[in-house]
Design a protein around this ligand. Structure first.
Ligand SMILES: Cc1cc2nc3c(=O)[nH]c(=O)nc-3n(C[C@H](O)[C@H](O)[C@H](O)COP(=O)(O)O)c2cc1C
Length: 180
C-alpha cells in the first residue's frame, strides 16, 4: 500500500450517523475485530473487550437503556445507533499491573487517586483499538458512528454480557453510510 492510500483513509474517516439497513459482510466485520486486536496496549495484555452484535432485539435494548437513562438523547447525536445493522460495544478495564484487584467501583472518588495509572493506561489502550476499528471501517467502505463515553450507568454491560471489571465506554454503530 502506498503511504498516500493510508493517509487518505485517515482523511476520509468521519462519523457516520445514518446507515443503510443492508448488513456488512461478516468477513468485513471480522476484519474490524482484527484491526482492534492489532492496536497497542499497556499493562501486558489487552485491557479491552469488544462485543459485536447484529441482533436487532439486542440493539434495540441497548437503545432503550440509553433512552431510559438519558431521556434527552437525540436521534441526531445519540439514539441514532439503533438503526445501524451492526453495533460494536467497546469495553475496557483498568490494567491493575502487576497483580492487584481492580477497583470495585470506578465512580468511587478514591478510585482515581489510587488507580489513575491503571485507569489511564486502560482507557488509552481501548481508545487506540477503537480508532483502528474506525479506520478499518473507512478502508472497507463502511461507516462508523461513535457514542460515548459511558461509565456503567446505562446498564449496557448486562444487555451485552460484559462481565466486571470490564465496562462499556463507547458504542460504535457500523453499516453502509446512507449519507454523502
Ligand atoms: C469520546 C468520544 C465521544 C463521542 N460521543 C459522541 C456521541 O455521543 N454522539 C455522537 O453523535 N458523536 C459522538 N462522537 C463523535 C464526535 O462528535 C465526532 O468524532 C467529532 O464531532 C468529529 O467529527 P468526525 O468524527 O466526523 O471527524 C464522539 C467522539 C468521541 C471521540
Amino acid at each position: 500500500m502506498k503511504p498516500d492510500e493510508f493517509l487518505n483513509v485517515i482523511v476520509k474517516r468521519h462519523t457516520v450517523r445514518r446507515f443503510k439497513a443492508e448488513p456488512p459482510p461478516e468477513a468485513d466485520v471480522a476484519k474490524l475485530l482484527e484491526a482492534a486486536a492489532r492496536a497497542p496496549y499497556g499493562g501486558g495484555s489487552p485491557p479491552w473487550k469488544f462485543v459485536f452484535t447484529g441482533d436487532r432485539a439486542q440493539i434495540e435494548k441497548v437503545g432503550a437503556a440509553l433512552k431510559a437513562h438519558q431521556p434527552d438523547a437525540t436521534e441526531e447525536f445519540g439514539a441514532y445507533f439503533v438503526h445501524a445493522p451492526v453495533l460494536i460495544a467497546a469495553a475496557w478495564k483498568p490494567i491493575c499491573y502487576p497483580a492487584r484487584e481492580p477497583p470495585a467501583d470506578l465512580n468511587d472518588p478514591q478510585a482515581w487517586p489510587k488507580y489513575r495509572e491503571d485507569i489511564t493506561v486502560g482507557l488509552l489502550s481501548v481508545g487506540h483499538a477503537i480508532e483502528n476499528i474506525l479506520l478499518a471501517a473507512t478502508a472497507l467502505g463502511l461507516g462508523a458512528g461513535y457514542i460515548g463515553p459511558s461509565h456503567g450507568e446505562f446498564g449496557f454491560e448486562e444487555i451485552l454480557s460484559v462481565e466486571p471489571p470490564y465496562r462499556v465506554c463507547a458504542l460504535i454503530p457500523i453499516g453502509y453510510p446512507a449519507e454523502g
